[in-house]
Design a binder for this molecule. Structure first.
Ligand code: FAD
Ligand code: AMP
Length: 478
């Protein structure tokens, strides 16, 4: 086998493996390097997303929602269920099966596309040489016309709450508890804290989420964040804002967390604690000092809008570069880079990357929110519509939340959508399509939406922007 490839990708997460597949589809000889190995010493493909991120978390969110529905929401449908039981090991086995089916699928795709998978840690050297160190410490040297860095991210640890993998865990540990904690503490009310807190709350844990910031979900539209906080409180999630964790004391049975809130010091005792305070790019030892690649002070690789680094022929995609740490953002960067390597002028519209919190109901957004538009001095209009007035939402007993659409007051072009409510992720995706096609609010107003569907809330919100909503009394929206 030659040690030279047209493209070498380092990291097999959703940014890296998607890039490798697209490169191979375009006829480029491609190698993909992955440092993690599975139980049978094969490269563990799929990165954070497939192994310890998006997929296992959604598997547990789905299982736990079914349990919560069965326990609490079937009676109102006239369905009685006796002796609902919970088998956590079985729930975990299902999750692991889904993960291995998907990672196996990636392996199959790589093989089918004739991508060379190399097992070991890759490091970029000067002149697009790549040093590969395998599990035994054996070193091999490869070279490429183009190198794509896609090494992803890892959980941030904070000094007051060191991870011990038992009482105090990160997101990975929180995906494999062997029993439901009676009292569960979560540090951080971000996406991951809310999702994992929800899983264990639905399964019966009393969950307290400690968040240092005074504002809940500050990156979200304020109205949607406020509405979400109300819904989560109603569900019993105890979210304490302005609560900065200062220390943790672990005993064999429990963990006591100290936190300050205003001028007061507090303690809470839990049987488990999840630390979900963010993620950081994994760029230590990824490239040598003379490789021409550099990072900012937080470790994010400097790239231009096309994900090209400062070193010719070296690219970086996914969680190690600026922008939201989201699987779909990384994958699309991977595709863009593959196309660029192949000579096409591909671009990515960063203005329309959706973000989703998979709580129940979901919270999702795309584009600008109201506070951003205000800060930018844009003259905008707002249309909101509550799910409580949607027939399908009533029929499904999913009446919490609303759809909000913001548009340019002059041109009518849609600038953003913000949803908390049933199927929020899929509804926001409709607006992603609309925004990508530069649609106006009027375009949505003129479209036919199936009845009864949750998406009628999108139609009504668009109508409401011009005081034309049908199933609600129209009032000024801002
Ligand atoms: P990663 O997925 O982190 O993959 C990087 C890969 O590179 C890893 O396999 C790593 O082992 C390998 N690697 C690192 N260094 C080297 C090296 N030197 N040599 C060889 N290999 C190396 N995002 C969403 O969009 N939706 C969600 O619902 C969602 N849920 C999440 C839930 C949780 C609990 C977590 C933790 C994350 C979630 N994310 C979600 C975020 C998502 O997982 C990441 O944004 C995504 O995985 C980033 O992709 P990536 O390819 O950049 O990196
Ligand atoms: P995210 O980056 O979206 O995953 O969210 C992580 C959250 O953790 C942020 O909202 C931080 O404010 C919060 N956080 C970080 N450190 C602490 C701390 N010591 N105590 C409580 N919350 C914290």
């Amino acid at each position: 086998m030659s040690n030279h490839f047209e493209v070498i990708v380092i990291g097999s997460g959703p940014a890296g493996y998607v890039c490798a597949i697209r490169c191979a589809q375009l006829g480029l000889s491609t190698a993909l390097i992955e440092k993690e190995t599975d139980a049978s010493d094969k490269p563990q493909l799929g990165g954070t997303c497939l192994n310890v991120g998006c997929i296992p978390s959604k598997a547990l969110l789905d299982s736990s929602q079914r349990y919560a529905d069965t326990k609490s929401h079937l009676a109102e449908h006239g369905i009685g269920v006796n002796d609902v039981t919970l088998n956590i090991p079985e729930m975990m086995t299902r999750k692991e099966k889904i993960v291995s089916q998907l990672t196996g699928g990636v392996a199959g795709l790589l093989k089918h596309n004739k991508i060379t998978v190399l097992s070991g840690a890759g490091q970029l050297l000067a002149g697009r040489q790549v040093e590969l160190t395998d599990a035994e410490g054996q070193v091999a040297l490869y070279s490429a016309d183009n190198v794509v860095l896609a090494s992803g991210s890892e959980p941030v640890e904070i000094p007051p709450a060191p991870i011990d993998g038992d009482r105090v865990v990160d997101s990975t540990g929180a995906l494999c508890f062997d029993a439901v904690p009676t009292r569960l503490g979560v540090i951080g009310a971000g996406v991951i804290g809310l999702e994992l807190g929800s899983v264990w709350a639905r399964l019966g844990a009393e969950v307290v989420i400690l968040e240092a910031m005074e504002q809940f979900l500050p990156a979200m539209d304020e109205q949607i964040a406020k509405e979400s906080a109300k819904i989560f409180a109603k569900q019993g999630l105890d979210i304490r804002l302005g609560a900065r964790v200062t220390g943790v004391e672990v005993t064999p049975e429990q963990v006591t967390v100290g936190y300050s809130s205003g001028d007061a010091e507090h303690t809470e005792t839990f049987d488990r604690l999840i630390v979900a305070v963010g993620r950081r790019p994994r760029t230590d030892k990824l490239f040598s000092g003379d490789s021409g690649v550099s990072t900012d002070e937080r470790g994010f690789v400097f790239v231009n809008e096309h994900c090209a680094t400062e070193a010719p022929g070296v690219w970086a995609v996914g969680d190690i570069v600026r922008g939201p740490m989201l699987a779909h953002k990384g994958s699309e960067e991977g595709v863009m880079v593959a196309e660029r390597i192949h000579g096409k002028a591909a671009q990515l519209n960063y203005e329309v990357v959706p973000s989703i919190i998979y709580t129940h109901p979901e919270v999702a957004a795309v584009g600008k929110n109201e506070q951003e538009l205000k800060a930018e001095g844009v003259d905008y209009k707002v249309g909101t519509f509550p799910f409580a007035a949607i027939g399908r939402a009533q029929a499904s007993g999913e009446t919490d939340g609303l759809v909000k659409i913001v548009s340019d007051a002059d041109s009518d072009q849609i600038l953003g959508a913000h949803v908390v409510g049933p199927s929020a992720a899929d509804l926001v995706q409709q607006i992603v399509i609309a925004m990508e096609m530069a649609a106006s609010t009027e375009d949505l107003q003129l479209m036919v939406f199936g009845h009864p569907t949750m998406s009628e809330a999108v139609h009504e919100a668009a109508l409401a922007a011009d005081g034309r909503a049908i199933h609600m009394v129209n009032r000024p929206q801002r």
